[in-house]
Design a protein around this ligand. Structure first.
Ligand code: KIV
Ligand code: ZN
Length: 526
């Protein structure tokens, strides 16, 4: 989609709004509000990498940080403004001169700089946080917007806690901001208090009552305290707002902000209802989501819309049957459209014979119709015990049915030595039927040393793709369960191991994965 063009008036830039009639500007605040999530701080280099990805994703505005708040914040904003040229770069300020000076300095080399200045306008914030009267807040707004406009071509103004602000006062503040040259007026639902119809009405009222509102773009910024951030955002867009402030994976203060991927996909999938477009390359949504999640160490909930592990996974027999007959029975968008791999038919205890047979065929396991029923019964027994039945479980079922033996490799012992002054070293002994292999290796850490010793002992060249540890019993003597995913010749196999010793559990899981890989080869190439 085409980027909006600008025109100059009185020396300042204005977006050509008529081009925005059916286009929503995506303002990403992952690096500012998102970073305010407890535990989500990022260093300068991480922020820069995310900014490059956001530019690639097609984000219109990247809020790079709050420069006055710390030297690190300043450096990150500066670096992003220096290097990211496709997106507008915004920097946040309170209504103070020193904040605005810092933002202007950080944005000095930006191709499209924007100063985003805010001040609280709700009674509770003015009285208890600012300790200012409404008149003083009005004057501070006038000063901040005017001062910022002399420092940057584009100014956005936010009356913080707008949704709990007196409507007459809100309109007055917005009027002042426009008079002083703000061209983007953000209406934050700072505490996630509003509800969709009410927020839409607020936008309509602002459009009707604020003089010269057509000179500005109305922006929306929603927090998720009641789980309504995305609903509120799209509802306000429907009422005429044309900028959505969002974050990747919905990270942000407290319960977070509206999630970028959900807002963008809601507009795309329900184009019939909104008739609004964005410039986002939706195929970059999943990679961006993964990147942010891994960088800040916040796992994506399995059931998260659009990017969660289960978002395109179908387990129940009825759903699987429907999906196999016609995808649109249970999917409103394709996983490919958000940059994910194809739909997963997950086998579990709700799966029917249809899904089971289809998965076997996909794995190249063609078995007689007469044998299928028996295999399906064996599958149901496993499915009753496990949340999800993996491909390797299917191989095990079939190999047992057709006489192959599982777990041909047995870990006989694992020893390790590690400490803060020695190089981690591990020795393993593995039995493969009559043969016994013993090897030692060093590694970057004890787990790495154990895995390398196993690899060396078996002459394998598997790559470790995933490694997870969790305690399955409470207390000091907790049993740790380790699961690994390895890749050999492009095929992935999982393995599991448990022990009160994490390193032993890890070694068992790795040997188990190699054993299963071997089995998989036997079943597909008998
Ligand atoms: O939630 C909020 O009000 C904010 C403002 C600074 C825009 O993040
Ligand atoms: Zn916010």
């Amino acid at each position: 989609m085409k980027k909006p063009s600008f025109h100059r008036e009185d020396g300042f830039f204005y977006i050509n709004k008529e081009e925005l009639m059916d286009q929503v500007q995506i303002f990403d605040t992952t690096l500012r509000d998102g970073e305010q999530s407890p535990g989500a701080s990022m260093d300068v280099e991480q922020k820069f990498e995310i900014a490059l990805q956001l530019e690639h994703l097609g984000v219109d505005v990247i809020e790079a940080g709050f420069p006055v708040s710390s030297p690190e914040q300043f450096r990150a904003c500066r670096l992003i403004a220096d290097r990211v040229k496709d997106s507008t770069i915004a920097a946040l300020t309170r209504s103070h001169e020193k904040d605005i000076d810092a933002a202007a300095d950080a944005l000095v080399n930006a191709a499209h700089p924007r100063i985003h200045t805010f001040i609280s306008t709700s009674p509770v914030h003015m009285q208890y946080k600012l300790k200012k009267t409404p008149e003083e807040v009005l004057e501070m707004t006038r000063f901040a917007v005017r001062y910022a406009r002399n420092k940057a071509a584009e100014v956005e103004f936010s009356p913080e806690d707008a949704t709990r602000t007196d409507i007459d006062f809100l309109c007055q503040v917005l009027d002042v901001a426009i008079q002083e040259g703000a061209t983007i007026l953000n209406i934050p639902d700072t505490v996630g208090y509003t509800i969709p119809g009410e927020y839409a009405n607020l936008i309509t009222t602002i459009r009707e009552r604020v003089p010269n509102i057509d000179k500005a773009i109305i922006s929306v910024h929603c927090h998720d305290d009641l789980g309504l951030a995305v609903a509120n955002t799209v509802s306000a867009l429907n009422a005429g707002a044309r900028q959505a402030e969002v974050t990747i994976n919905g990270i942000g203060e407290r319960a977070g902000n509206a999630s970028l991927e959900e807002v963008v996909m809601a507009l795309k999938v329900r184009k019939d209802a909104f008739n609004l477009d964005t410039r986002i390359d939706t195929k970059q949504l999943y990679p961006t989501s993964r990147m942010v999640s891994t960088m800040i160490g916040f796992p994506i909930p399995r059931n998260k819309a659009v990017v969660g592990e289960n978002a395109f996974a179908h387990e129940s027999g009825i759903h699987q049957h429907g999906m196999l007959s016609h995808r649109e029975t249970y999917e409103i968008m394709t996983p490919e459209s958000v940059g994910r791999e194809a739909t997963r038919i997950v086998l579990g205890r709700h799966s029917g014979m249809h899904g089971f047979r289809k998965r076997l065929a996909e794995l190249g396991m063609v078995i007689e119709e007469s044998e299928i029923k028996k295999a399906y019964e064996a599958f149901l027994k496993i499915a009753d015990r496990k949340k999800e039945v993996y491909d390797e479980d299917l191989y095990t079922i079939l190999s047992e049915q057709f006489g192959s033996t599982a777990d041909s490799l047995v870990l006989e012992y694992v020893n390790f030595q590690s400490g803060n002054t020695s190089i981690p070293t591990a020795t393993v002994r593995i039995r493969d039927h009559e043969e016994v292999y013993e090897e030692a290796a060093t590694g970057d850490g004890p787990v790495d040393a154990v895995f390398r010793a196993i690899e060396r002992a078996l002459g394998s060249d598997a790559t470790l793709v995933e490694y997870n540890v969790q305690a399955v019993t409470p207390g000091k003597q907790a049993i740790g369960e380790t699961s690994v995913v390895i890749e050999v010749d492009g095929k992935r196999t999982t393995g599991r191991g448990s022990s009160t010793d994490i390193l032993e559990a890890s070694a068992k899981a790795y040997v188990n994965a190699l054993s299963r890989h071997r089995l998989l080869k036997e079943v597909t190439h008998p």
